[in-house]
Ligand binder design. Sequence first.
Ligand code: SDX
Length: 390
Amino acid sequence: TTGAVTYDPGFMNTANTESAITYIDGAEGILRYRGYPIEQLAENSSFQEVTYLLIYGELPTAQQLDDFDSLTRRHTLLNEELKNFFGGFPRDAHPMPVLSSAVSALSTYYPDSLDPFDPDQVERSTYRLLAKLPTIAAYAYKKSVGQPMLYPDNSLDLVGNFLRGCFGVPAEPYEVDPDIVKALDTLLILHADHEQNCSTSTVRMVGSSQANLFASVSAGVNALYGPAHGGANEAVLNMLKEIQAEGTSPEDFMEKVKNKESGVRLMGFGHRVYKNYDPRARIVKGLADDLLHKFGGDDELFDIAQRLEQKALEDDYFVERKLYPNVDFYTGLLYKAMGFPEKMFTVLFALGRLPGWIAQWREMNAQGPTKIGRPRQLYIGESKRDYPGA
Ligand code: SDX
């Protein structure tokens, strides 16, 4: 009967997928990609190697990695007609809708890469998307700053090509800063997969209808855009800048959060799964400690962030709710110090998450068509009633 039934909204949290890609222990703050601890991968691997690991299940040999890298580099160029696509957006368009639109549009150029159950077509769509997303992201950024787009330079690796695509200009030579390349490469590793999060579940849900990889990932990009998910890294920086501009002490801000004033949330804190420190946040904070000052980052905002964290780790309100910093809390400070504006932060999250989306979509389709996703509901609406006069 209506109203007499309660249900746990967390039912969306139930395990409804088997996967061999990523393991998370939320209570212990553990994250492993194909069994390898995230700390070891962040310290010793590269984003390309982790991409290979997530998609193919094993670390590549040196030759396999070299072949994989050169193959993805060869696909960085966008079809010239797709390049014109960007001209249709308003200049101040947020890059995330540009990204999801362009990714979806890729499916119109590659009819030979759309069949989710043809291994050759799956490989082609994989390489094309891995190589072209950074180009699309760089073009979206150039569009937003009114600068000419740069064709990719395949003598550079994926991260270097992306940085040049964003910050290079035709009139000047561009030298990639190896420290920034290394830091960004590590940040991309940290974002590469995270089991069945909102955007990955979206990719799987859309893919379960036998939609192609481009359409499925485009949906994932849109899911990631939300401030409760990947959009949080942008929301964190806006929160820190607001605290700084208002001259509010971090401690007083935290009182507002505790009083739940006008929906104030501590962006970059909390997690559906981690009820311990997000292991990725610990690594990002370490990078911020080491590099922020060197990159000319905003020490005052970093200080505000650290005071917010300190307060959260001490105050019962946050401790009882197991609210710890998540991956989004410190990343924005590093992205800003690298020269990216806030509205590119979630795009950087998408660049990192792409291998995970692809790996999870391929895993779902590996044995042929899977059952279409079809969550059920608990009906809590009106009981049967007749139309007047019926
Ligand atoms: C990502 O799933 C993934 O793996 C995601 C991700 C990935 O790699 O894909 O890790 C990336 O999306 C990280 C999360 C980024 N989002 C944010 O930082 C936004 C701020 N965080 C919150 O919106 C929230 O913590 C969530 C959405 C992340 C998780 O919410 P939960 O676990 O569903 O928590 P809840 O909403 O049930 O809240 C439990 C309690 C509530 O208090 P009471 O109502 O019981 O008094 O904790 C409070 C909430 O009010 N709470 C917060 C809070 N998050 C939860 N209070 C203040 N600030 C917060 N951030």
